[in-house]
Write a new protein. Structure first.
Length: 268
């Protein structure tokens, strides 16, 4: 049996919707003639292990680690189009979040503060924020400290509790939190938006045949058109899919290079 996992936006309030979305995708995969389609989503262990597993049928990953570490393991299927603040077509942004009572109006005013990130390998939580901060850094430093929260949700909670001053939050995650659990973003506000990049891609394992790749892409089209999945799509903010190339994600590496050229290769 193949494996499928949609861990990137599988927040607690939308786990049922994610499950319903996969049930519809699995049904569409079978109609396209795919074999060994799993009934249930993979939801255990490190997602990096899933992305390296040769049995992977379908998953979603962040574009930054895809380019940095997983091009030998994963193949791009399609880029989702999300309907939420900060998204435009297949592109998304991060929302730079501060405490609701923080008087700052610009990034520069947050110099010397504490930054929370979800992960060092994240486009939305680290790479794009490093790119935004790079012109403001002095001698390669801007923050007093950087704390790894583990998830965007935890970064926001740290800000609300006064344990951090700033975080860059994937706008889709923020949109899901605001829609399904408004209390989880209470006590925080959006200071500004970052530059855009392609949204988190749907991928398959590198060993997936070209014929099965076409079947998977067809299944995504079927699922988007399936009226029975309307509620799940709306809950997950999914509007459709776009066909981008891996080169389109190169903007993320250019952000990394720009920060390094500015002498700010490490977020600190």
């Amino acid at each position: 049996m193949k494996l499928a996992g949609l861990t990137m936006y599988d927040l607690d309030p939308v786990r049922a919707a994610t499950g319903a979305w996969w049930a519809g995708l699995a049904r569409a995969c079978r109609k396209e003639g795919l074999d060994e389609v799993p009934d249930e989503l993979w939801r255990g262990g490190a997602r990096e292990d899933l992305w390296r597993d040769p049995a992977l049928l379908l998953s979603q990953t962040c574009g930054y680690p895809l380019l940095k570490h997983f091009t030998a393991h994963l193949t791009l299927l399609a880029t989702p189009v999300y309907q939420t603040h900060g998204c435009e077509g297949p592109n998304y942004r991060s929302l730079i979040v501060v405490a609701a009572d923080n008087p700052a109006e610009t990034l520069a005013e947050l110099r010397g503060g504490i930054c929370a990130i979800n992960d060092w390998d994240s486009q939305s939580g680290m790479n794009v924020l490093r790119h935004a901060i790079a012109p403001l850094a002095r001698d390669g430093r801007f923050f007093a400290a950087v704390k790894v929260a583990g998830k965007h949700q935890h970064s926001i909670a740290m800000i609300a509790r006064g344990e951090a001053d700033i975080a860059a939050i994937d706008c889709v995650t923020h949109g899901l939190m605001a829609k399904h659990d408004p209390a989880s973003v209470a006590g925080t506000r959006v200071l500004m938006e970052t530059d855009a990049a392609p949204a988190l891609p749907y991928v398959t394992g590198a060993e997936t045949s070209s014929d099965d790749h076409k079947r998977l892409r067809g299944a995504l089209n079927r699922a988007v058109a399936d009226l029975d999945l309307t509620a799940a799509r709306q809950a997950l903010l999914i509007k459709g899919f776009a066909d981008l190339e891996l080169d389109d994600y190169g903007v993320m590496l250019r952000m990394e290079d720009d920060a390094a050229t500015a002498g700010y290769g490490v977020l600190k």
